[in-house]
Ligand binder design. Sequence first.
Ligand code: GLU
Length: 290
Amino acid sequence: MIKKFKRIVIKIGSNSIVDSKTKKIKSKWLDKLCKDIAQLHKTKKIIVVCSGAIALGSKSITKSVIRKLEDKQAAASIGQIELAYQWRSKLKKFKINVSQILLTLEDSEIRRRYLNARNTIQSLQNKNIIPIINENDTVATEEIRYGDNDKLAARVAQMIGADLLVLMSDVDGLYEKNPKKIKNTKKISEIYKIDKKIEKLAKSQTSELGSGGMTTKIMAAKICSDNGCTTVITNSNKNNPITSISIKNSTFFYPSNSKNSSKKKWLLNHLSPSGSFIIDEGARRAILKN
Ligand code: GLU
């Protein structure tokens, strides 16, 4: 299933990369993932969006669950070093260089910064370097943050014109009912349109360490769908976490046929839309004529 895609954004949630009990990196799992990434990197452009900074740094802040935003930010600043170190050393074994990019919501919402970030990523890709991206948690306050890396990853996918976004999860995909509560419920393999019914299904299906859950994954899939990019939700707990992805073990969301220009799509998928328009009579007439 993965072969036909050329630009792939891989989003890894805290649950996938950090052990929820020890709060340490799942080293063996990351080895398997890096092997897969190294294989794909030979013929495709790969970008990683990786969570886990807060989870990794939390043990230095408190033994219990972190609640205050400033403590989460402090934990992220500790954990991010560890996260970047792990990626660098694991991919170095395959002679692959990595870079770290920390983005804030404004970097995707303000056009000039969006284009700057895009240019930086393109420049790294031209040099065959894999960017490892996370939210810049230490400066992001509650009102101006992505809050979860699913939406960040979707905006990154849009930024670089990716054709596939892989959302790694602790479940195989979207189910007809919550699989953690109801046994033998069926996984949905392919979704062509994200409608109210799909959004409702996603609402109840959440996870432990990260902040996202299914709802934000569906929001991410929606952004990608508008931008001609396929999204797949897949279980990270497999031997070849990426190369073994198929309709049988994952949920695929296919793109819509939106004909909007890339600037319109960027505007349309703003995560925190705000502002006002002042239009004159001529503009009013032009808008009414589409
Ligand atoms: N940026 C956060 C971290 O690295 C994770 C956000 C999320 O839950 O996706 O811990």
